[in-house]
Design a protein around this ligand. Structure first.
Ligand SMILES: Cc1ncc(COP(=O)(O)O)c(C=O)c1O
Length: 383
């Protein structure tokens, strides 16, 4: 069924034909099922990073497959010249589960952030957006302007003017930075790409209070934390707040590309924003199925339960570990080496510098967590 391609062959193909943008792990994946991925020789891997917090229902979930089959036989695309029901059904569902008022759908996370940037400029008439040091919001020019870190930004300037960074988890620094020109503040509830950096318990509620007091919009980027990842459907629920604008993607499609920007502030006018593919009926039908399945199968509760089990067990091993739900970081001496060691034990994770990031599908069971812990126990750098 799947061509048997070896690692060297595929690396040669990449060198020859693909942009030199990715530093990949040395595994060629050809299929997946549930919690497992299989390479072209049939070797089985436990997937503990879910395509960077994307495959919320694991791989090839039957409900996702059925929805793709059914919807693709009906309609895949018409553009936004015409109405389609799946788009508006998904929009309604998203407003119900977030408590925000309206939705603009996108193809991915960075577009959800671009939408937020345009929306705050439009509704406030101001331009300055304050982001956090260590933030990752995407790689298109607007989102990149709010992403900190020379490695992402340096070759691509000039970026958007009137963007600035303050230390994450420092409410006084944010208070000092907000001024007359500030349109919005953008925050991740937990910084994912930076290595699972969790702010103080009351940080988000302080940001909410401060942005209300100063009359600036609060954009929350839940592209990585949303849809059950942290043991709540949305991470803002831990803090009992609501942002003005909420960016979503990753877990919403369980592997099908789609994102969303939710907002309770004023709206765009027709023609001010759009996109050929956005909100296409196939992506929307899949996202609706994914959300309904997460809710019906109590996968948010599972994220809290198995996430807690993993965290406790990793802590018992005296590892330097932090996390919420199924968003876990383990500090090690050398992130890349530990991830490569785990691959030798048939376990897939990713790393940010010297933090191994554990982001399994929300369908993970205790037996999978134990399988992961067994691999951890067999690795010298994790002792
Ligand atoms: C918090 C956050 N925002 C935005 C993005 C960008 O999303 P995408 O890669 O879908 O453009 C990411 C991706 O890792 C993310 O983690």
């Amino acid at each position: 069924m799947n061509p048997k391609v070896n690692l060297k062959e595929i690396q040669d193909l990449e060198l020859r034909y693909y942009a030199h943008t990715f530093k990949r792990l040395p595994v060629v994946i050809s299929q997946g099922e549930g919690m497992y991925l299989y390479d072209t020789s049939g070797k089985k891997y436990l997937d503990m990073f879910a395509g960077i917090a994307v495959n919320s229902l694991g791989h090839c979930h039957p409900k996702v497959i059925d929805t793709i089959k059914e919807q693709s036989q009906l309609l895949m695309h018409t553009s936004n010249w015409l109405y389609t029901l799946p788009q508006l059904e998904l929009a309604k569902l998203l407003t119900e589960i977030t408590g925000l008022k309206k939705v603009f759908l996108t193809n991915d996370g960075t577009e959800a952030v671009e939408t937020a940037i345009k929306l705050v400029r439009k509704v406030t008439g101001k331009k300055e957006i304050i982001a956090m040091e260590g933030a990752f919001h995407g790689r298109t020019m607007g989102a990149l302007s709010l992403t900190s870190g020379e490695k992402y930004r340096k070759p691509f300037g000039p970026l958007l003017p009137e963007t600035r960074f303050v230390p994450f988890n420092d409410i006084d620094a944010l208070r000092g930075a907000i001024g007359e020109k500030t349109a919005a503040v953008i925050v991740e509830p937990i910084q994912g790409e930076s290595g699972v950096i969790i702010p103080d318990e009351n940080y988000l509620s302080c940001v909410r209070e401060l942005t209300l007091e100063k009359d600036v919009l609060f954009i929350l980027d839940e592209i990585q934390t949303g849809f059950g990842r942290t043991g709540r459907l949305f991470a803002f629920e831990h803090s009992k707040i609501k942002p003005d604008i909420l960016c979503l993607a990753k877990g919403i499609g369980s592997g099908f590309p789609i994102g969303a920007t939710l907002f309770s502030c004023d709206d765009f006018e027709p023609g001010e924003h759009g996109g050929t593919f956005i909100g296409n009926p196939l992506a929307c039908a899949v996202a609706k199925t994914v959300i309904e399945t997460i809710l019906k199968e109590k996968l948010v509760e599972n994220s809290e339960k198995i996430g807690g089990y993993l965290l406790n067990n990793l802590r018992e091993r005296n590892l330097k570990v932090r996390g919420r739900g199924l968003m876990i970081g383990i500090d090690v001496e050398n992130g890349e080496k530990t991830v490569l060691d785990l691959i030798k034990r048939n376990v897939l994770t990713i790393y940010s510098k010297n933090t191994v990031r554990v982001l399994p599908p929300l369908i993970i069971e205790k037996k999978h967590a134990d399988e992961f812990l067994k691999a951890v126990d067999s690795i010298d750098s994790l002792q």
